[in-house]
Write a protein that binds this ligand. Structure first.
Ligand code: UGB
Length: 441
């Protein structure tokens, strides 16, 4: 690099000076061009590098907008030897004629209970869950710890992550998939519509694509919803009834899921069972559901708001206890029949089934009646406000016909709401009395 005073001569201030310093200037002009050329090259390279970095970052960002777990891949957490060991151990079948099941949404309410039931009877179970923050993730982490203490490994990942699913299927030849991962909640969709599309539509398709491509396709049992009956007034709802129009985005995406699974069944020979869950409750339940949030408020002495439809008619639900639903899920896996295809090719027709899993035995219970049971179980009186229903996705009177599930699955709910809510309240009081549970809501 020329000294600073020489650099000052590179641009002549007068023609005379230019003449005097011509030879020197010629030399300096060469230097300048060389220098300029190398600065240009450096600049160009910097530009290329910046463009490359920017496009890489935007690729990673768009890929991971919903996939929160890239760091697992980056640090070798998924697919490494330790990881494979955990997956193999969790997938191990310990009974004759056992099955190996991938449970999506395993850290969720129903996922935890189904995983435990399967593991306890000796089936292989591997969970996958993205631990989203729809409600306090610490409850999901506690469920995960519970499952791990029973030998069930939950992979921290999203069902939209095609690479993760491919690695899982390369590691274990799953005979069944119990697909419970979903964006739930009938009122949340008003402000968070894309979350439903991401999990309940895109995630479902990604999972079905993986199942379709497997060398030995697994049979799939998945969570549809009683909410697909929508504003249909032909209660009690039967599987053969029309299931339209949906009252919430949640219901729309579950109805869409039924269409999508039907297509995969027809095109690729995947065995599909859709379970229309009604209002499932019980220990380790979901804090966003009304029996749970009301228990929290009543025990804290804070008010609850009970919705009513017009003419002061109470809303009612077919509340169904978790243990009964788990029996329905396990029976669905056991009776699923086989998928016929392999590597994306159909080799024959496969079963396509839909079942209502509700509780017709004790008919729908109104929300105020449920509140009275909670008051009895807690030994406390609710501070109750009443409000008109918001129109944010509620349906008024879901009442279910379960005769098909009774016939085909031997499904027979035995827990009445009083007994079930007592068990829930007992669990709730235990769970939130633990010192580590303060932020678990
Ligand atoms: O069948 C399903 O597929 C869905 O079931 C469940 O939905 P719902 O049956 O609507 O349960 P949930 O929210 O407990 O409200 C129960 C009642 O309490 C009333 N309700 C609610 C809140 C409130 O503050 N006050 C009130 O009266 C409310 O108006 C309603 O009448 C799951 O949440 C949903 O994710 C999905 O799985």
């Amino acid at each position: 690099m020329p000294p600073l005073e020489e650099l000052a001569l590179l641009v002549p201030s007068t023609t005379g000076r230019f003449k005097i310093y011509r030879a020197h200037n010629q030399m300096m002009n060469h230097a300048f061009h060389r220098c300029f050329a190398s600065v240009t090259m450096v600049f160009l390279w910097a530009l290329i590098l910046m463009a490359f970095t920017a496009s890489y970052l935007s690729f990673v960002d768009s890929g991971n907008r919903y996939l929160h777990h890239s760091s697992f891949w980056d640090h070798g957490g998924i697919g490494g030897i330790q990881w494979e060991k955990k997956v193999h151990s969790s997938a191990q079948i310990l009974r004759a004629d056992g099955i190996s099941v991938l449970v999506t949404g395993a850290a969720g309410f129903i996922g935890t209970h189904v995983s435990l039931a399967l593991k306890t009877r000796g089936d292989g179970v591997v969970g996958v869950d993205n631990f989203d923050n729809y409600y306090g993730p610490s409850l999901k982490r506690t469920r995960q710890a519970l499952l791990e203490s029973h030998g069930v490994f939950i992979v921290d990942g999203d069902i939209n992550d095609q690479r993760l699913l491919a690695t899982l299927f390369d590691t274990v030849a799953f005979t069944h998939v119990m697909h419970l991962a979903a964006q739930v909640g009938v009122r949340y969709g008003v402000n968070n519509p894309y979350s439903y599309v991401h999990s309940n539509v895109a995630g479902l398709v990604t999972l079905l694509e993986q199942c379709k491509c497997a060398g030995r396709q697994p049979a799939i049992v998945w969570a549809s919803s009683g909410s697909v009956y929508g504003v249909n007034n032909n209660a009690p709802f039967s599987e053969s009834d029309p299931a339209n129009p949906p009252a919430s985005l949640y219901a729309s995406t579950k109805k869409t899921g039924e269409e999508i699974t039907h297509t995969y069944n027809r095109l690729y020979g995947l065995s599909i069972t859709g379970l229309r869950f009604f209002t499932v409750y019980g220990p380790w339940g979901r804090p966003d559901m009304v029996y749970f949030s009301f228990t929290r408020n009543i025990s804290a002495g804070t008010p609850i708001t009970v919705y009513r439809v017009k003419d002061r008619v109470d809303l009612a639900r077919d509340f169904i206890y978790i243990d009964d639903v788990v029996k329905g899920c396990v029976a669905s896996l056991d009776t699923s029949g086989k998928s016929t295809g392999s590597g994306g090719k159909k080799k024959g027709s496969a079963p396509y089934r839909i079942f209502n899993l509700g509780n017709s035995n004790s008919s729908p219970v109104t929300v105020p009646a449920m509140v009275r049971i909670l008051e009895d179980s807690l030994g406390m009186k609710a501070k109750m406000d009443v409000a008109d229903v918001t129109g944010n996705g509620d349906v008024s009177f879901p009442h279910v016909n379960i005769s098909l599930a009774q016939k085909e699955l031997g499904y027979n709910p035995t827990t009445d709401l009083q007994t079930g809510l007592r068990k829930f309240v007992k669990w709730y009081l235990w769970y939130y009395s633990r010192p580590s549970a303060h932020n678990n809501l």
